[in-house]
Design a binder for this molecule. Structure first.
Ligand code: FCB
Length: 510
């Protein structure tokens, strides 16, 4: 996945990319596939534990399926200089002209720090029972290591209490890209092995203080995005910390240090937790989608999956305790330097794997050395919002299935920890936001999530990205991913039409 917005990324471009024909073509294909249950020519999926057959057209989810929404600290909180918080790398990065759309920063964002009670009420109205948010390391340990800022901890205590009061389970991500600037200044953030140790100490401090209220922990969000996209070989990368390095190997080493942080973080969480807790690793990768559901293309997709750069260097070490041999062969001398015992530390037992599923790539069998061919998307292939987000609803099904099948992790529970799209959401004369594109997107993606569940894959929940429009990193406020519209000038929240749609889906659980 290339989570980089191209200059053509702007919500207004969307109109030109969608016309009646492409829309009908994509939905017609979808409807046909749904009607047959599984595409013709498909290899039957191994018999799985299916409880009761779902009546045709009735795409039910299990009673205990977790419906939620997701956000992240730097994208919504604002209050950048309050109550002892010190700068993160994203505060610094977004201040450098040219790094973010319109030069915007997360200084205020959705002002959630002051409005969290109103935002919890929105969740109550929506009907979600689960909320994934992130804790800002620079609020808890402003210098990255050392003294704990109790006022920062208090904010998350208040937030967790507000959620629990309404029966919403807090799921806290300990790192969603906003690492303390102090550690960038001290040793260059993820370039140093010390970062992993400092992260684990921050986890200990946080879990000791909040573990009585928060029992669902997620370690690092999407390792590829703050390593591969935060460090550029001889050129400026698109994400913080925004460091230019000389070799690809240096980038791979940041990936390895992040994996170590995950492993040491898991150990720290378990040791510090005052109650039984659950730990989730949050991964992102482009799902590989077999272009036809034939045995040949499915086998090709499995081969492509384990050779994928993100899967091979992040998901596989965490889940299997080794880097993918295929990926290592491709990397050659650029492969990370691994010390004895590192991989054992990295592959900690997990309670769940979170998959941030947005986009995918199509693959088919090929008579070449690798046995597969990744298909180039045609120019007119639709994306919904940023250029990296291709409309590939099957990503949710195949993303989950590949973890189970290609990595042999059939018993590892999974959750979609993020999924959503950015659309042009204007407030109409009646004060409404009728975001039909998002609803179309959700219907298609969630049908695929349901298919995974229906076939017995261990998918346990879904967190929509995002509860509300927010600071979308380098695209800043130009990409609106929310179920709730935010007017950044007044901070007024307006639930969109998709909010009502998701509310109904949760109520009916189908
Ligand atoms: C994910 C990020 C999240 C948001 C969405 C659109 O990769 O984790 O913060 O930017 O993409």
């Amino acid at each position: 996945m290339n989570k980089i917005s191209t200059p053509s990324d702007s919500a207004s471009k969307l109109n030109g990319q969608w016309n009646r024909r492409t829309f009908l073509a994509s939905t017609a294909g979808l409807t046909a596939a749904l009607a047959t249950g599984q595409a013709r020519g498909a290899t039957p999926v191994a018999a799985k534990t299916k409880s009761s057959p779902t009546p045709a057209g009735e795409l039910k989810f299990p009673r205990d399926f977790m419906w939620g929404v997701a956000t992240a600290a730097y994208q919504i909180e604002g209050a950048a200089n309050e109550d002892g918080r010190k700068p993160s790398v994203w505060d610094t990065f977004s201040r450098i002209p040219g790094n973010t759309a319109n030069g915007d920063t997360g200084d205020v964002a959705c002002d959630h720090y002051h409005r969290f009670e109103e935002d919890v009420k929105l969740m109550v109205e929506l009907g979600v029972r689960h909320y994934r948010f992130s804790i800002a390391w620079p609020r808890i340990v402003p210098d990255g290591r050392g003294a704990v800022n109790e006022k920062g901890v208090d904010f998350y205590r208040r937030l967790a209490d507000a959620l629990l009061k309404h029966g919403i389970t807090p799921h806290a991500t300990l790192f969603h890209w906003d690492s303390p600037q102090a550690l960038e200044d001290r040793y260059g953030s993820w370039r140093s092995r010390e970062m992993a140790k400092d992260f684990a100490d921050y986890c200990t401090a946080t879990v000791q203080r909040l573990g009585d209220r928060i029992t669902h922990w997620m370690t690092l969000n999407e390792i590829p995005c703050f390593t591969y996209l935060g460090y550029g070989v001889e050129k400026m990368p698109f994400f913080a910390p925004g460091t230019i390095v000389k070799t690809k190997q240096e980038v791979l080493q940041t990936v390895h240090h992040a994996l170590l942080a995950h492993g040491l973080g898991c150990q720290a969480i378990r040791a510090a937790a005052p109650k039984t807790c659950r730990i989730t690793a949050v991964a992102n990768f482009d799902a590989v989608i077999p272009v036809t559901e034939t045995a040949e293309d499915i086998a090709a997709a499995k081969r492509a999956f384990v050779a994928d750069k993100y899967v091979g260097t992040t998901v596989m070490p965490m889940l299997t305790g080794r880097y993918s041999p295929e990926t290592l062969a491709t990397l050659g001398a650029d492969a990370p330097k691994v010390q004895v015992g590192d991989l054992k530390t990295i592959a900690q037992p997990l309670d769940c794997l979170g998959y941030n599923g947005y986009t995918g790539q199509y693959v088919r069998a090929a008579a070449n050395e690798s046995g597969y061919e990744l298909l180039k998307l045609p120019k007119d292939y639709p994306n919904i919002g940023p250029s990296w987000l291709k409309f590939t609803p099957e990503a949710l099904y195949w993303g989950v299935r590949m973890i189970s099948d290609a990595l042999g992790k059939k018993d590892l529970p999974m959750c979609i920890t993020e999924n959503g799209c950015a659309t042009e959401d204007t407030v109409n004369e009646r004060g409404e936001v009728v975001d039909l594109t998002r609803i179309m997107f959700l219907k298609a993606y969630l049908r695929n999530a349901q298919r995974a569940v229906d076939e017995g894959y261990p998918l346990k929940g879904y967190f929509h990205w995002s509860l509300m429009d927010n600071f979308e990193w380098a695209s800043a406020f130009t990409m609106r991913f929310g179920l709730t519209h935010v007017d950044y000038a007044t901070q007024k929240r307006i639930p969109k039409q998709s909010f009502r749609w998701y509310q109904q889906l949760i109520r009916q659980n189908r």
